[in-house]
Design a protein around this ligand. Sequence first.
Ligand code: GSY
Length: 174
Amino acid sequence: MAEAALGLGTNLGDREAALAHAADRLEQMPGIEVTAISGLYASAPWGVADQPDFLNLCLLIETDLGPLQLLHACKAVEAELGRQERLRWGPREMDVDVLLMAGVEMDTETLAIPHPRMAERRFVLEPLAEIASDWALEDGTVTSKSAALKKKAADQICVLDGAATRRFASLRSA
Ligand code: GSY
C-alpha cells in the first residue's frame, strides 16, 4: 500500500453534495482506503476569473493502485459526477487531481506527480496542510510552502468554510 494525496474541487451545482459523493465513491473503489479528509475551503477561481467560486478539499488515501490506475480511478469519479469537457481552466462539476504519491516522481504527458501547479495554489496547500503537514514538497514541507504562499498570494482568496464542511459531513454515506 502507498500513501497518496488527492485534491478535489467543484464550482457547479450542489458543491457539498458532489464532494460528499466523490469522497464516498473513492472510498468504495477497490484498492483505495481514505484515511484523512480536510475541511472544505471556499476559494476564488484560479485561471479563468469569470466563473463561480469553488469548494475544495484534500484527501489522504492508502492505495494498492499504481499512479496511472489511480489517475483512471479519479477520472472515473469525475465522470460519475457528470464532469463535462469545457474550457481548460473553466467551471467544472468535479475535479479530482492526484497531488502526491509516496515514493513517486514522474512527469509524462498523461500524469505528473507531484502535481506541477500545486505549490502555486492556496486552495490545494491549505487543505492539504491540515492532513499532510510534514509531507516534503520542493525545498520544504506542505506546511512551510502553504505558509509562504499565504503571504505571497494574499489576494488568492481561500477560506475554511465551517458550514460547508459540516454539511459535507452530514451528506457522507454512513
Ligand atoms: O485545477 C482544479 C480546478 N480548478 C480550481 C479549483 O479547484 N479551485 C479554484 N479555486 N480554482 C480553480 N481553477 C481550476 S481550473
